[in-house]
Design a binder for this molecule. Structure first.
Ligand code: PRP
Length: 187
């Protein structure tokens, strides 16, 4: 029994992820002109991406994290955003990049942008590994996008189903029989 057996197909393999992340890191360093960058990871899905992205940025990098809850207990976004953990430090005057594993409806990011903009950062940008190609509930500008993806239930490289599969080294599509009939899905 292997966790890989639950995957219908690999959407983005590990080498392709790393190659794109190297490009994103270089672009972020270029855009901030070598000045310090504060990467804000949105727990938990962004953790694996953030760890690799930080190492791809050739500039001083600081890390901070926020935890929010937007999905309640079902597979559909409920449109509610709750702060479970706020940033440890102030962001005033800093170049901030919000790091997400995936933008789906855009509700989470829209809320976070409104909240953090009020705290006076020098700049505030968004870097998302995956961008679901479907109509957004809220319009947001995503400055850095790793990969646009189809509207499928994807797991791996930080993305979960019922808190599992985050440790897969690639992005894959889950076999329908794995999630059918179950309700405690993640994102
Ligand atoms: C996922 C993802 C984003 C959000 C995107 O998080 O990491 O935070 O959903 O969806 P939206 O664009 O529709 O708001 P999730 O709530 O599943 O938590 P997790 O990162 O801990 O898996």
């Amino acid at each position: 029994m292997s966790i890989h057996d639950d995957i219908e197909r690999v959407l983005i393999d590990a080498a392709t992820l790393q190659a794109r992340i190297a490009e994103l890191g270089a672009q972020i360093a270029r855009d901030t002109g070598g000045e310090p960058v504060l990467l804000v990871g949105i727990l938990k899905g962004a953790v694996l991406f953030l760890a690799d992205l930080a190492r791809a940025i050739d500039a001083p990098v600081e890390l901070d994290f926020m935890a929010v809850s937007s999905y309640g207990n079902t597979m559909q976004s409920q449109g509610r955003v709750r702060i479970l953990k706020d940033l440890d430090d102030a962001i005033s005057g800093k170049h901030v990049v919000l790091v997400e594993d995936i933008i789906d409806t855009g509700l989470t990011m829209s809320y976070l942008l409104d909240l953090l903009r009020q705290r006076g950062p020098a700049s505030l940008r968004v870097c998302a590994l995956l961008d679901k190609q479907k109509p957004r509930a809220r319009h947001i500008t995503v400055d850095y996008i790793g990969f646009p993806i189809e509207n499928a239930f994807v797991v791996g490289y930080g993305l979960d189903f019922a808190q599992r599969y985050r440790n897969l080294p690639y992005i894959g599509v889950l076999k329908p029989e794995v999630y059918q009939g179950r309700k405690n899905a993640g994102g």
